[in-house]
Design a protein around this ligand. Structure first.
Ligand code: ZN
Length: 293
């Protein structure tokens, strides 16, 4: 098990990892290097974007395409164990020749629940006298799609509030570590929900805090979390206007979770009222039919 795989999956495309070379050996960040080349890690528990659940992902390599191309140079696919010799303190990389870029490594994982659920990563490796640079050059599903997939779960209800695009953007910014922008889009989702839930034109013109008060008085928000609504809106606004990216990063998971609970509640309410409508019409027509007889 190696949680570094998850971290490598989340980093954006074109991220470089640099490994210093000393007399042909890598002696620092050995675990990271071995993870990227899948020597030390064969499986891990990862969020499957298709199952939308944490599942065990297994490494696979044999069925990879041989026709990977990158840049203008000659590209090799490597089978990690043929190229590296290593122990706990160093990795010998002399079998890789210098150049830019020389090697593409493909790392694939499949979900233990369904082998068609795959996550593939592509890396290019360049070597100089001083260092080895490994660049992530591709991933399917892409790092942001891994996040976007989870937004589909709420698409139907988000569409009702015309905020599906905003919710997706908040995920994209989250993946790229742009936390102020993430909060901006989360606030937009929350405000659109608030405004659409209000059926009084005069209240819509009021300050958000008054709108929230109105929604609580009219039991429009999730009853288990409604008392947090004012705090959440306050933190979203403070993050956007006053805090830096890392401070916003500390807030984002909790604020996102609050929004998610609202979406779950609204979705359930929606399904319940659709079922109720159907039930009423069925019972009314049954009643009519039986009264005719
Ligand atoms: Zn799966």
């Amino acid at each position: 098990m190696n949680s570094l795989i998850r971290e490598v999956m989340k980093v954006p495309i074109y991220q470089d990892y640099k490994f210093e070379l000393k007399e042909g050996f890598i002696t620092t960040n050995i675990e990271l290097f071995l993870t990227i080349f899948n020597i030390s890690s064969q499986k891990d528990r990862i969020h499957c974007p298709y199952c939308d659940h944490i599942e065990t992902f297994m490494y696979y390599s044999s069925m990879r395409s041989e026709n990977v191309s990158y840049g203008h140079g000659k590209v090799y696919r490597i089978n990690s164990n043929d190229y590296f010799e290593y122990d706990d303190t160093k990795i010998h990389v002399n079998r890789i020749s210098k150049g830019n870029p020389r090697v593409v490594n493909v790392q694939g994982y499949y979900c233990s629940m369904d082998i068609s659920h795959k996550i593939d990563m592509y890396f290019a490796l360049s070597k100089s006298d001083k260092e080895i640079v490994i660049r992530k050059i591709g991933q399917t599903p892409s790092p942001y799609e891994l996040g976007l997939n989870t937004t589909l779960e709420y698409k139907r209800i988000l569409d009702k509030f015309e905020s599906f695009g905003d919710y997706q953007k908040s995920f994209i910014h989250n993946v790229y570590g742009d936390r102020i922008a993430e909060l901006l889009y989360l606030r937009r989702v929350f405000e659109k929900i608030i405004n659409k839930l209000i059926d009084d034109k005069d209240i819509v013109k009021e300050l958000t805090i008054k709108k929230i008060k109105y929604l609580r008085e009219n039991s429009k928000l999730d009853p288990e979390t409604e008392e947090l609504s004012g705090i959440v809106h306050g933190l979203l606004s403070k993050g956007i206007h006053e805090l830096d990216d890392s401070q916003c990063g500390e807030l984002s998971a909790s604020l996102r979770y609050f929004i998610e609970l609202q979406l779950i509640h609204l979705q359930q309410q929606d399904e319940k009222s659709a079922k109720l409508k159907k039930l009423k019409s069925t019972l009314n027509s049954l009643h009519e039919d039986h009264n005719k007889k």
